[in-house]
Write a protein that binds this ligand. Structure first.
Ligand code: ASP
Length: 302
């Protein structure tokens, strides 16, 4: 039997894994699988940090970031600040496959999506608008302590039947972010990285911290040097937390803004995960038994 494997961040990643595992079984390539898996989460309005129903920025507009990376040739497609399309991951795919570029933002990315026939739609739901109003009532100034509280990313890593490794991410970023803020998720090396010769990793949590350690690239390079996905996740995250030791306790007053979690897969489909907090769950499925499982990541330092 040819191997395949898929893993995705957070309990809502279960939906991504269900969709992705079916496609992997049908021998679809990693790009198709990751795109479709992430689209399923983006279109679910009950997931309040991704796609439709995502968390609005400070001015009440939903701004989405997403990316895809193909490990075969290190090709990347990424978009940031997308406001009118429910599936930014599909625009990221267009960037990867049809442009000479790797990262497109805002209006330019949206006009490119128009030109390729993608449909615009509203991202705001009545529930996300209500939550935004409540957040704004509690937090009148952008400098308030609770800034950013409330965020998550769907990050997916895949080994396909042909041995290809692919990673993808999609998020609305931090709650009440300043308009124009971009997180780690669309940044190659920070929010995601994939290389067929070493493995793949994705990150979720405070993008401002994750990008300071280029966490996903660090994890993939540790796997290249022989670390298991589990060791690589714990090691890379542990190093960043130690390096930012002074920064992180200061921010602990509003703990949500220090949270980070990572998920990785090696060339054989082995999976590892780590977090600097106790509540990071991920979903996964392997060709061996096709069961979709949820597992809690190990917290570093305990
Ligand atoms: N990493 C995302 C960002 O900073 C948010 C998250 O995954 O929690 O935009």
């Amino acid at each position: 039997m040819q191997k395949w494997a898929i893993a995705a961040t957070w309990p809502f990643g279960r939906r991504a894994v269900e969709v992705g595992s079916r496609l992997l079984d049908e021998e679809r390539n990693g790009i198709d699988v990751v795109e479709q898996a992430i689209r399923a989460v983006e279109l679910d309005p009950t997931v309040d940090s991704v796609g439709v129903g995502g968390i609005p920025n400070y001015e009440g507009e939903v701004e989405l970031d997403a990316a895809l990376m193909r490990g075969k040739d290190l090709a990347i497609g990424a978009v940031a600040g997308v406001k009118s399309f429910p599936n930014p991951i599909s625009i990221a795919r267009l960037v990867l496959e049809k442009t000479p570029h790797h990262l497109m933002v805002g209006d330019g990315a949206e006009r490119y999506a128009d030109a390729h026939g993608l449909k615009r739609d509203s991202l705001l739901t009545s529930s996300s608008l209500e939550k935004w109003k409540k957040r704004r009532q509690r937090q009148v100034q952008i400098t308030d302590e609770r800034w950013g509280t409330g965020h998550d990313t769907v990050g997916v890593v895949v080994l396909d039947k042909a041995g290809g490794i692919t990673a993808g991410t999609s998020t609305s970023g931090l709650a009440l972010k300043l308009p124009g803020r971009v997180g780690d998720s669309p940044l190659p090396g920070s929010g995601l990285y994939a290389d067929d010769t070493a493995g793949a990793a994705v990150a979720t949590g405070c993008g401002e911290l994750i990008m300071r350690g280029c966490l996903s690239y660090a994890i993939v390079e540790l796997m290249r040097s022989g670390a298991t996905p589990q060791q690589a996740c714990a090691d890379a995250l542990g190093r960043l937390v130690a390096r930012l030791e002074k920064e992180i306790p200061v921010r602990n007053a509003h703990q949500d803004m220090t949270k980070m979690a990572v998920l990785a897969m090696d060339r054989d489909g082995n999976i590892g995960a780590a977090a600097n907090h106790a509540d990071f769950d991920f979903a996964y499925c392997l060709a061996e038994d096709r069961e979709v499982r949820l597992e809690r990541a190990k917290m570093i330092g305990v």
